[in-house]
Design a protein around this ligand. Structure first.
Ligand code: ADP
Ligand code: ZN
Length: 819
């Protein structure tokens, strides 16, 4: 008898053994998907982890329900990679599976599917497939479990899989702008009508059917079908839109045999056929840098490219990618932020054309499945640009991973598990492929630079901006003094406003940076000092004026802004405190009513298209002033920005975190890097109430080395990375008393082993989220110590604690290398 050990898409510590019925015994392989029953009559799509013949002794193995694949959907290195992630970040393999594989590939009982409204049957469907489609015909999303019942089939999953493959059904998702269309209807002239004599006759006949004639003319114009060299296909939709004709008019032409319609599969991801063009030649400094990178790659698997903003790091990446592709290998280009994929995609498409695949979370699941399969089956994509989850794609043979803006903290996944750091995981992934990793940034993470200093990573410095563009001039304006001298209008110093006015006059663009979204962090009653708080979390509610709401940034809880203070009932006493991007936008529009203003933050970029629009509007100078959170700092490249305003450096500097100063430096240096044009030096106005702060000085001088040195001293002194490793233990419970007991016990148990390497339990800044109370314990240990051993002990302590009945519903998360 054959058995398989499978990974279920559930947070469970083990793999599970199932028996394989005769019909699949020969074909089952590691990395294939099987449908298995688990728990109370539930079905899941599991991944085969091991194939063997050892009968389990503790429980009786159930049969797998079916085998879904003819070939594995995972490659061998990937399975190894999953194991590494699971062990290093202390996550279950099931968690890794959940994070790694798009939903469309792992149907489970609760997965909701619906019919694809654009599907038009071309092939003959099986009886079972027809049955499932019938059950879905009302268009409502239905769970797999419900489908099982309605169709009275033993298991509908294999049938659903077949229908998914045919594009007849899709995984139902609540996405605002997903592309549904996979096939589209196109229009063409019938072969008969194309004959010259016939065409003339048709025109004569249509003399009386004016509307049909108009549509036909429009079609000829759009398609250039009479000029074969210029012919292009025209979709039915485009024709109807451009001609303004009704479906009936078009149908009339089809009936006459003039036009005919046909279905065509259009890739969801293929935005357009871009013609590729040659790469730019590298300038002399870039040439030196690329040679140095290649030289260091001979000995070192990882190289850090430390290049100032606008030094042309991206151009160097492009040249390196070209070389790796020439060797027949694949490249992964990681970026920290979707906003960056939009701009870079255009740039890379120009060079790599159809070979470039884009992968990120704003894509619909169907699109992600499409990329997955494309990479798996050696299809067209051999360069993938994507955010952190793209490290899980089934690469065949990676030659190079580029981690752009490697210092960005958004590379770290926080919730749910696995809490992995994509930069660090990428380095491991690359080594499994015997590939190289290039880390690039103008402001390296302290840990990375330290690794480059000790020689673990190679290091290449590039300090020349392309075309000798000067580094921006940074002017610090003391807001304390400006307040005193009444040189301030709301949150803007006179200096900043003057500069904005001048830039607008010169038809130049401005970026204003405020690291806080929403209108204001909170409102307060001037009479009784009441501050509205979230019902579920221990935080004040953020004001969002556009929706007239108070919203919790942790759980999303929202209520209308009250008119009078709910506590003291005094009218007109509520006032907003602090400021976010929304308020800045409001005020700037009042001060500069003629300027075109746009805002980029989490609230204005919920959908994929909104990102693209904000960025392309700014690129095309349809917008004069762009206001944004840290999103605007991340490696975006705009040509006409002459002024950057940093509205408030204080809240970055005072953030209670050991990385606050490093981050403040990185953010300010990066956002400053957006200023400057080819022939004109850019200006940065930095508003702060503590101009004497050392970080401010380091930003002005663009002195990364000084920042690195002081931070290292502090980290050594206070036992933080890169000298110590940190594991954060997060305990959560609905009952604060039980939580306190558990946290205290855990700290005692850990101290017994780790002594003073244990800190806490502490109450975090936000001590309750979604009605769960939270406590933190921090474990710090020397980098030289065995992390494996520490983690083993930690697991043991955790398991012991959770096995006590009293602590049954206690949640414990481990966050390895927290950010
Ligand atoms: P970085 O990634 O280091 O911030 P970029 O690669 O975005 O810098 O380069 C900044 C600008 O300079 C871009 O507009 C880019 O097209 C241009 N540029 C850089 N290097 C070259 C080159 N060798 N030839 C032409 N343009 C270049
Ligand atoms: Zn909340």
């Amino acid at each position: 008898m054959k058995y398989v050990d499978v990974i279920l898409p559930l947070p469970l510590p083990n793999t599970f053994t199932y028996s394989v019925p005769e019909e699949w015994a020969d074909s089952v392989r590691i990395g294939m998907r099987v449908v298995v029953p688990f728990g109370k009559k539930k079905m899941y799509t599991a991944v085969v982890y091991l194939v063997h013949t050892v009968m389990p002794t503790v429980y009786e193995a159930k049969d797998i329900v079916c085998l879904l694949d003819n070939a594995p959907i995972l490659r061998r290195p990937q399975m190894k990679f999953w194991e590494w992630i699971s062990s290093y970040y202390q996550a279950f393999l099931g968690d890794v599976y959940q994070a790694a594989v798009p939903a469309g590939l792992k149907l489970e009982s609760e997965t909701r599917v619906c019919i694809n409204p654009d599907y038009e049957a071309e092939t003959v469907l099986s009886e079972k497939e027809e049955k499932v489609l019938m059950a879905l015909s009302d268009g409502k999303p239905t769970t797999v479990l419900e489908l099982n019942k309605v169709t009275e089939m033993r298991d509908v999953m294999p049938t659903l899989k077949a229908l998914l493959d045919k594009g007849a059904v899709e995984i139902s998702e609540e996405l605002t702008d997903k592309f549904r269309v996979k096939t589209d209807t196109f229009v063409r002239m019938s072969a008969e009508a194309m004959q010259e004599d016939n065409l003339r006759k048709i025109f004569d006949d249509l003399g009386r059917a004016k509307k049909q004639l108009d549509v036909l003319m429009m079609y000829i114009d759009l398609s250039k079908c009479l000029i074969p060299a210029k012919y292009r296909e025209v979709s039915r939709k485009e024709l109807m839109e451009k001609s303004g004709a009704s479906a009936a008019v078009l149908a009339g032409l089809v009936e006459r045999g003039v036009l005919e319609t046909y279905l065509k599969e259009i890739g969801r991801l293929d935005i357009s056929d871009v013609s590729t063009s040659a790469v730019y030649p590298l300038n002399e400094f870039q040439q030196v840098a690329i040679k140095e990178i290649e030289k260091q790659f001979i000995e070192k698997p990882v190289v850090l490219l430390h290049g100032v903003t606008s030094s042309g790091k991206t151009e160097i990446y492009i040249h390196l990618i070209n070389k790796v592709l020439a060797e027949g290998k694949q490249v992964l280009y990681l970026v920290p932020e979707i906003a960056l994929t939009t701009q870079l995609t255009t740039r890379l498409k120009r060079v790599f054309g159809k070979r470039l695949g884009v992968y990120h979370s704003k894509f619909s699941d169907a699109e992600r499945v499409e990329i997955w399969n494309n990479v798996l089956n050696d299809k067209t994509y051999d360069v993938i640009i994507g955010v952190r989850s793209s490290i899980f794609l089934p690469f065949r043979q990676l030659g190079l991973i580029i981690v752009d803006e490697e210092h960005e903290s958004s590379y770290k996944q926080y919730d749910p598990a696995p809490r992995y750091h994509a930069r660090n995981a990428a380095i491991v992934l690359a080594s499994m492929h015997a590939a190289k990793t290039l880390l690039g940034t103008a402001t390296p993470a302290i840990e990375t630079y330290q690794n480059a200093q000790t020689g673990k990573f190679g290091l290449v410095e590039l300090s020349q901006r392309h075309e000798d563009m000067a580094m921006p001039e940074i002017l610090v304006v003391d807001t304390k003094e400006a307040y005193r001298k009444k040189q301030m209008e709301s949150h803007f110093t006179d200096t900043l406003l003057e500069r904005i006015a001048k830039a607008l006059q010169n038809k130049e663009q401005v970026i204003l940076f405020q690291n806080r979204r929403g209108y204001a962090p909170y409102i307060e009653c001037k009479a009784c000092a009441y501050v509205p708080h979230c019902k579920n979390c221990d935080v004040s509610l953020t004001v969002h004026k556009a929706f007239n709401t108070l919203t919790c940034h942790y759980c999303g809880y929202t209520e209308p802004i009250p008119n009078i203070c709910p506590a003291c009932k005094m009218p007109g006493t509520l006032s907003t405190k602090g400021f976010g991007t929304e308020k800045i936008e409001d005020e700037i529009k009042q001060i500069f009513p003629d300027a075109r203003v746009s805002r980029m933050d989490l609230d204005t970029t919920r959908s994929k298209k909104s990102y693209e629009k904000i960025i392309s509007d700014f690129e095309q100078h349809k917008v004069d002033i762009l206001i944004g959170t840290q999103m605007v700092s991340k490696g975006l490249d705009f040509e006409r920005v002459s002024l950057v305003g940093i509205l408030n450096a204080d809240n970055m500097l005072n953030f209670p975190d050991f990385r606050a100063h490093e981050r403040a430096f990185q953010l300010m240096a990066q956002v400053s890097g957006r200023a400057g044009r080819k022939n004109k030096r850019g200006t940065v106005i930095l508003q702060t109430s503590s101009p004497e702060h050392p970080i401010i000085g380091q930003v002005i001088r663009n002195d990364y080395q000084a920042m690195f040195a002081t931070q290292c001293d502090e980290r050594k002194l206070f036992k933080y990375p890169p000298y110590f490793r940190i594991i954060q233990i997060v305990l959560r419970h609905r009952d604060s008393i039980i939580l306190n007991q558990a946290a205290a016990r855990m700290a005692v148990d850990l101290r017994a082993v780790f002594n003073n390497r244990v800190l806490g339990p502490n109450v975090p800044a936000v001590s309750r989220i979604q009605n769960m109370y939270i406590k933190h314990i921090l474990l710090k240990f020397e980098v030289e110590a065995s992390a494996e051993k520490a983690k083993d002990i930690l697991r043991q302590v955790t398991t012991n604690l959770q096995s006590e009945p009293k602590f049954k519903s206690l949640w414990i998360n481990l966050d390895v290398d927290p950010m």
